[in-house]
Design a protein around this ligand. Structure first.
Ligand SMILES: [Zn+2]
Length: 175
């Protein structure tokens, strides 16, 4: 397990210096004056596995770090005011212009990130209602590609979402 970067030296509530102490079984930075604890948890994110009518997978060429310029599934972080499902459909629309509805949860995965620490990734199968693609600000290019022609995807969680997404629908024809 990777340790996250230390973000605070002083308490953001009362400015007292923070100390490393054990809280609920883990070493955490705590303010011994006001009791504030710097909890660090995996950051929740969502990823979308969607196909067009030909059975090709929707992928995005990333326009932002990490792995800028590499292909990945559409996805991103969950905002405070939304559910994971809403985040998935929002990211889908923002990054690719496509729209759809959630069919099911494929699984959840931990992906390590140098920048953000461990990320909790929830993968969804999405059925598209609108396949016309318009790359968003975060994307250099968007396209549908046959499963056999998928480029190498740098995120292990995305590769597992594709593998698990297809292994869970063995009764379905995949072209
Ligand atoms: Zn404090």
């Amino acid at each position: 397990m990777s340790d996250r970067k230390v973000l605070f030296k002083y308490c953001p509530m009362c400015r007292h210096r923070l100390k490393w102490v054990r809280v609920s079984g883990n070493r955490r930075l705590k303010c011994l004056k006001c009791g504030w604890v710097h909890y660090q948890n995996p950051l929740p994110a969502v990823v979308c596995l969607a196909e067009n009518k030909k059975g090709q997978i929707l992928i995005v060429k990333r326009g932002v770090m990490p792995h800028k310029g590499r292909w990945a599934l559409p996805g991103g972080f969950i905002e405070l005011q939304e559910t994971p499902e809403q985040a998935c459909l929002r990211e889908l629309k923002e990054e690719t212009g496509a729209e759809g509805k959630i069919i099911k949860t494929i699984g959840d995965y931990i992906q390590d990130s140098k920048t953000y620490g461990p990320i909790l990734v929830i993968g969804y199968e999405v059925k598209l209602s609108r396949e016309r693609l318009v790359p968003g600000d975060d994307a250099k290019e968007v396209r549908f590609v046959a499963k056999e022609e998928l480029p190498n995807i740098p995120f292990s969680s995305h590769r597992r979402i594709i593998a698990d997404g297809y292994s869970n629908r063995s009764n379905r024809k995949v072209k």
